[in-house]
Design a protein around this ligand. Structure first.
Ligand code: NBY
Length: 817
């Protein structure tokens, strides 16, 4: 309930908006038009708070974190915004009075899919928490013209469709041309000696105007509205006559094209570095604009740039924004006239770096040819950073050339972004305890040994405001009914639910809510897939980006194995199970796309086999994204978190499932370790090799999957079905590549790189336990409730408080209205 919310005014604004924007009366308006009108009305409600928040930050001269990220996977804004202004009931009533259903109106909004997966969604959750906790923060990113592609499934194959998310405009954004900033690319550096000092002047460059768009990030019930600033690119001065006159026609056209292409599209790779020139342009584009703007803003109030770090901290979301380091150095050296040592002091006290992966194919290494051509001045600075860093290594380890080889920022003709980020940041953090330990003891061991004080862990978290309060209103109301609404801003409070876990009536209520949510998802599946699923079956769900290390393949191979068992033994006693998948594959990732086809092919056969009496169903949900994720988590019984141990840095869907009362079926990887620690090993289904075992095998050249293939008839049978046309009669060879990846050591990588066959039996055992456990309704309900009760640690509010305490050192601000 929002006491200050004026329903009558709101209603009038909606009606006026419909009239003024569309020249229609409300009864003529389409749902999309009503969405627009409502969204603008909500913006009206928060605009004063938005202004007041920034006034307050100015007044307090508050230290600010800039969360620099190539990705912000925000999802839809409207539903979340009205929840955070605590006016959901009121808005719903207004819409009811106008003859519209709020849920239908919310569905009109396209997801802001400016991110790939976990990393981008984490950034969005962090913004929600920062605003809710009242910390001064900007998110800085790119206003991609096309976000994450939309996924269509055609004939079982993924087809990528451009995501034209801005086609109806974005009601919440505000264009801020007054903050437009020039960003320069290419050309050369001319050195000019003036008054005994060298000046570095970039000439012959191309440039674009970076124009920011601001989006409000609304804190929950606290009048705080922070800003997500995303940059658009525009040509500098389009075709001015001067250019024609000077024969610069070519350059004018090129600059126009540069502006158009630079923000055109989000690269759809997760955990994979592709080395595209345009990607580096995107990185420098938004970083140069953001850093220039932060420096300007600082200088409006302060005259000593040497104390920049007292007011500003830059958090680098993975290595993608690492050019922040040389760009800040450039500004301090070339524009502010600081000495190298002064500039380095400021830079290294301002920047902090978060690592999200140990996957070697994700490490960014830019060829120096490309890097120096695109960013000539920045490259000079990186060379000097490298030269000094190597000196530092050598003075710490005299004569140890191996160390230099392993740690140099520039080596083998490449710029290693992670090494630069570590060398120039005062903090390096991993995203779950296990991940941070692996960074310290394996992947970044040399860096940890040289500068242990920089390394720290910040276990990820998620916002309960979106993933419970908005996504699962039935459960949210039930929780509030039992223990009050403190959990909304203080998730550990949800522990109070534990006492209800063993209560029969509460168990019934809980399971009934789960059942309602399963009906809601079943309807969605029927509408979108045309498949009937039984809400009384176990909903066993794996939704996340498709990647070999996440082992969706192991999941579907296990489904094939179960199906074989059912075919052999038609009377097999088994609780009906619906296996639900959702995953986008990077457009160029062949094996991942083939895995999607395999899942759909298996689904086709199984879903149409009358002889198994619907005991098995397989569903691939098209276009998995934030908005349908909310429905999926709410309906899940089993949460599949089955990555090869050591590979998943943290995972965050594991937390969203837990929050919604699903039981984890997983490996001891990423944050699963901490989830099990919180809820108890007896309330989860853990299987497979430990990260230590995996790492030991990897250091010894892998293992021999042929032994398993030769000795395990069930596994052999499943693998043979990949190449005998059992699931692809029109093309028996279709899945040969998957078969080969598991067995064929001749291929370039090790056979079964991700230990699928090695973990298979233990995985199948864990599934059997799930089947047995689900039959004990009381135990299951108790365990599900206990999962909810023990998820308090996994709120992003906790994560943010830890960043603030250990890294950012911000102060809370109150906004009175
Ligand atoms: O970040 C994910 C991790 O895999 C997951 O374990 C963790 O929970 C999450 C948040 O910390 N990483 C991730 O989502 N990475 C990307 O999306 C990504 C995107 C682009 C690129 C690399 C990684 N790239 O190099 O282009």
């Amino acid at each position: 309930m929002n006491k200050g919310f004026d329903k009558a005014t709101f209603k009038r604004t909606v009606l006026d908006n419909v009239k003024n924007m569309f020249r229609r009366t409300i009864d003529e308006a389409t749902p999309q038009q009503v969405f627009q009108a409502v969204a603008y009305a909500v913006k009206d409600v928060i605009i004063d708070e938005w202004i007041a928040t920034h006034k307050e930050y100015e007044k307090k001269d508050a230290k600010t974190v800039y969360y620099l990220s190539m990705e912000f996977l925000m999802g839809r804004a409207l539903g979340n915004n009205i929840i955070n202004i605590c006016a959901r009931e009121e808005v719903k009533e207004v819409l009811d009075e106008l003859g519209f259903d709020l849920n239908v109106i919310e569905d009109q909004e396209p997801d802001a899919a400016l991110g790939n997966g976990g990393l981008g969604r984490l950034a969005a959750c962090f913004l929600d928490s920062l605003a809710t906790l009242g910390y001064p923060a900007y998110g800085c990113g790119i206003r991609y013209r096309y976000g994450m592609f939309k996924q269509k499934i055609e004939n079982g194959f993924q087809v990528e469709v451009p995501d034209d998310w801005l086609k109806d405009g974005n009601p919440f954004e505000i264009r801020r041309p007054e903050y437009a900033t020039e960003v320069k690319f290419g050309g050369y550096v001319r050195i000019e000696n003036r008054d005994g000092r060298n000046r570095f002047i970039q000439e012959g460059y191309q440039s674009v105007m970076a124009v920011p768009y601001d989006l409000p990030v609304i804190g929950y019930g606290n009048n705080v509205v922070n800003t997500l600033r995303i940059w658009d690119a525009q040509p500098i001065n389009t075709f001015n006559l001067d250019s024609f006159d000077r024969g610069d026609y070519q350059k004018a056209v090129e600059q126009e094209n540069l502006a158009k292409t630079i923000v055109e599209v989000l690269y759809p790779n997760d955990n994979h570095y592709a080395g595209k020139e345009l990607r580096l342009k995107q990185q420098y584009f938004f970083i140069s604009a953001s850093v220039q703007r932060a420096v300007k803003k600082y200088k409006e109030k302060h005259d000593d740039i040497r104390k920049f770090y007292d007011k500003v901290v830059f958090q680098l979301n993975d290595t993608h924004p690492t050019v922040t380091i040389p760009e800040l150095m450039r500004i301090l050296l070339d524009e502010e006239g600081l000495t190298w040592d002064e500039a380095w002091e400021v830079t290294t006290r301002t920047c902090a770096y978060t690592n999200h992966t140990i996957m070697s194919e994700a490490l960014e290494k830019w060829p120096i040819e490309l890097f120096s051509r695109l960013l000539p001045r920045i490259y000079q600075i990186v060379e000097e950073i490298n030269r000094r860093f190597i000196e530092q290594i050598q003075s710490k380890y005299p004569g140890n050339y191996e160390k230099v080889k392993k740690m140099a920022i520039i080596y083998d003709g490449q710029v290693k972004m992670a090494y630069m980020a570590i060398a120039a940041s005062f903090s390096v953090n991993g995203v779950a305890r296990l991940h941070t330990e692996i960074l310290k003891n394996e992947e970044l061991k040399d860096f940890y040994q040289m500068m242990p004080e920089k390394f720290n862990n910040k276990t990820n978290g998620i916002t309960q405001r979106r993933f419970l309060l908005h996504g699962n209103p039935l459960l949210a109301d039930w929780v509030t009914d039992k223990i009050g609404d403190e959990w909304i801003t203080n998730l550990p409070h949800i522990e109070k639910l534990a006492i209800y876990a063993s209560d029969y009536k509460c168990q019934q209520e809980f399971m009934n809510i789960k059942y309602q949510n399963k009906i809601r998802l079943a309807k969605y599946i029927k509408e979108h897939n045309g498949v009937d699923v039984d809400p009384r079956s176990i909903f066993d769900v794996q939704v996340k980006r498709l990647h070999e290390y996440k082992r969706q393949l192991m999941n579907i191979l296990h489904v094939m194995y179960l199906y074989n068992q059912l075919k052999d033994n038609p009377n097999m006693d088994m609780v009906p199970r619906t296996f639900i998948f959702g995953a986008k594959a990077a457009a160029g990732y062949k094996r991942a796309k083939l895995t999607i086809k395999l899942i759909n092919s298996v689904a086709d056969v199984i879903n149409n086999d009358k002889t198994i009496n619907g005991r098995l169903k397989v569903v691939f949900i098209e276009d998995y994204r934030v908005s349908n994720a909310e429905l999926i988590f709410a309906a899940a019984d089993v949460s599949e978190q089955i990555s090869t141990a050591s590979k998943e840095a943290s995972g965050t869907s594991n937390m969203k499932f837990m929050l919604n009362g699903a039981l984890t079926l997983g490996t001891m990887d990423g944050a699963n370790v901490e989830i099990v620690e919180e809820v108890g090993a007896d309330r989860a289904f853990i299987f497979g090799m430990s990260s230590d075992e995996v790492i030991r095998y990897e250091n010894n050249g892998g293992y021999n999957p042929m032994e398993i293939f030769n000795n395990d008839q069930d596994i052999r049978r499943v693998l043979m079905q990949l190449i005998n046309g059992y699931f692809s009669p029109q093309d028996p060879e279709l899945f040969r590549d998957i078969y080969n990846s598991l067995l064929n050591t001749k291929s370039s990588d090790r056979a079964d790189t991700y230990f699928i066959l090695k973990d298979f039996r233990s995985y199948a055992e864990a599934h059997k336990k799930v089947d047995r456990a689900y039959r004990d309704e009381a135990w299951w309900a108790e365990s599900a409730i206990l999962n909810v009760a023990h998820c308090g640690k996994f709120t992003s509010d906790r994560t943010i408080e830890e960043y603030v305490r250990d890294i950012w050192h911000l102060s809370k601000v109150q906004v009175e209205m």
